[in-house]
Design a binder for this molecule. Structure first.
Ligand SMILES: Cc1cc2nc3c(=O)[nH]c(=O)nc-3n(C[C@H](O)[C@H](O)[C@H](O)COP(=O)(O)OP(=O)(O)OC[C@H]3O[C@@H](n4cnc5c(N)ncnc54)[C@H](O)[C@@H]3O)c2cc1C
Length: 456
């Protein structure tokens, strides 16, 4: 059957872009240039009624349906070849009720909108670190950023979602409305419907975020790791911190003694009072063995958008990750050895969990791995397709190094692998079975399958 948008109902208020349209090539782009696909149709619903029509339209014509919020999917899930893309970019916007401390984000809203709307009232929802990421895509997978040890994962702050299901129903899910669906949405949320709105609880915070960073030659990796791992259990929850292992690119502004060499970078964000920063971060021993240390206090909104251009649309990218409780000595040595051969700025990122992340039981939501001490990922960004194999190969090799230390749980938003084996590793067998039952209840025909797919 034809995919022509001309057969969408006359009541459809949004935009329809087909091949040949002057906006088609721009409209089919997603953040990651590796996914250069040609959908038969891109529709931009103007509201929930349009979403219902577009899903029905796609189903009736047996078109593969891709849903796009911020377009940042690591696996290219928000575009497709020959199918229909439901692009939510006309459904942006965030409103805040400061009395109830609740934010309501539309299904196409970006993180920057949520940050700005909440900070206008001295409030915050913990999200990710780049302003142009989609609120929906990030939240439905979990949501990790600069404040999570203090305020929890983004899903821990999710109060309710509204969605359109595969059969066109409008459903609200929360702890008290369709609670089993709400359980699954928090970690496997792209599987059950198109989310048109998300409501979050907010925290008092800001406007300043206190930050610091130290750079070490990788020869010091064992002592730095020892302090980092100890701090996961002993640092106050106001301190979120991350350890990078990479190579000091000669082109970048690193101290001369480490230029071109493998390095470790320890960075913290302190989301409490300025007066308590020094005491709270002491456990990190930041200056010990460092070749450079710096610290500052900056407006949170400034920090949240500081890398938006550097990580802008149009580059090629690969990321893989998992969770672990510790990294063995041999793993650290191997990681440094791989980092020494990193193309460009490719690196490992080891994020401290614990704090508010660890407050909920692991089976409280579909998201899996919150009880682990760390999240560890490897990623690379590059520009030229000719460098694909070098970069993809490095990320694969880097992940193979830490693989033996991983436990059950992979954060799907930081994993471009999406086979059924990867999905099983992401949730573990027991949760996968529970998710499959949920999928059979809400999307038995697997209409929403461009995601880390729970096969019904
Ligand atoms: C530059 C960059 C920075 C990032 N930083 C962080 C970070 O700090 N923390 C973090 O946790 N993650 C981060 N991520 C990962 C990010 O969370 C995922 O890529 C996430 O999927 C992006 O969501 P999106 O809406 O932008 O993507 P999209 O590609 O639009 O969507 C991703 C997935 O969610 C589904 N989806 C999107 N919207 C909806 C909806 N309304 N209803 C149902 N399903 C929907 C899509 O079908 C797709 O499967 C980052 C990614 C990039 C590229």
């Amino acid at each position: 059957m034809t995919a022509s948008g001309s057969s969408l109902p006359a009541t459809f208020r949004g935009e329809v872009i087909e091949p040949g349209h002057s906006a088609y090539d721009e409209a089919r782009r997603v953040w990651n240039a590796r996914y250069d696909r040609r959908p038969a149709l891109i529709v931009r619903p103007a509201g929930v009624d349009d979403v219902v029509s577009a899903i029905r339209f796609g189903r009736e014509r047996d078109l593969e349906i891709a849903i796009r919020s911020g377009g940042h999917s690591a696996s290219g899930h928000s575009t497709c070849e020959g199918g229909i893309v439901l692009d939510l970019s006309l459904m942006r916007g965030v409103t805040v009720d400061p009395e109830r401390r609740i934010a309501r984000a539309n299904g196409g809203a970006l993180l920057g909108e949520l940050d700005i709307a909440a900070q206008a009232h001295g409030l915050v929802c913990p999200v990710g670190v780049i302003g142009h990421t989609g609120v929906a895509g990030l939240t439905l997978g979990g949501g990790i950023g600069r404040l999570q040890r203090h305020f929890g994962l983004t899903i821990d702050n999710l109060r309710a979602v509204e969605l359109v299901t595969a059969d066109g129903r409008r459903v609200r899910a929360s702890e008290t409305e369709e609670p089993e669906l709400f359980w699954g949405i928090r970690g496997a949320g792209a599987n059950f419907g198109l989310v048109t709105a998300l409501e979050f609880g907010l925290h008092e915070f800001g406007p300043l975020l206190h930050r610091g960073v130290a750079i070490y030659p990788a020869t010091r990796i064992h002592e730095v790791w020892g302090r980092f791992r100890h701090a996961v259990d002993h640092a106050p929850a106001t301190v979120s911190f991350i350890l990078g292992i990479g190579r000091a690119e000669p082109a970048a502004d690193y101290p001369p003694e480490v230029a071109g060499e493998p390095i470790a970078i320890l960075a913290y964000n302190h989301s409490g009072d300025a007066a308590s920063v020094e005491r709270d971060i002491a456990v990190l021993g930041l200056a010990d063995g460092a070749v450079a240390v710096s610290s500052s206090s900056q407006p949170y909104l400034e920090v949240q958008t500081a890398n938006d251009l550097a990580l802008g649309w149009g580059r090629r990218s690969s990321i893989k990750g998992g969770q672990a409780n510790d990294l063995r000595s041999a793993t650290l040595d191997a990681a440094v050895e791989v980092a020494a051969r990193a193309p460009g700025a490719a690196s490992f990122s080891i994020t401290a969990q614990g704090g508010a992340i660890a407050v909920h039981a692991d089976d409280a939501m579909a998201f899996t791995g919150r009880a682990a001490a760390i999240d560890v990922s490897a990623d690379s960004d590059w520009d030229d397709a000719a460098d694909d194999e070098r970069n993809l190969g490095w990320v694969r090799e880097a992940m193979a190094v830490v693989e033996r230390d991983l436990i059950v749980g992979r954060y799907i938003n930081e994993n471009d692998d999406d086979t059924q084996a990867d999905v099983r590793a992401s949730y573990g067998e027991a949760k996968l079975q529970r998710l499959r039952a949920l999928k059979r209840a809400w999307d038995p025909d697997n209409i929403f399958r461009l995601n880390h797919n729970i096969a019904p």
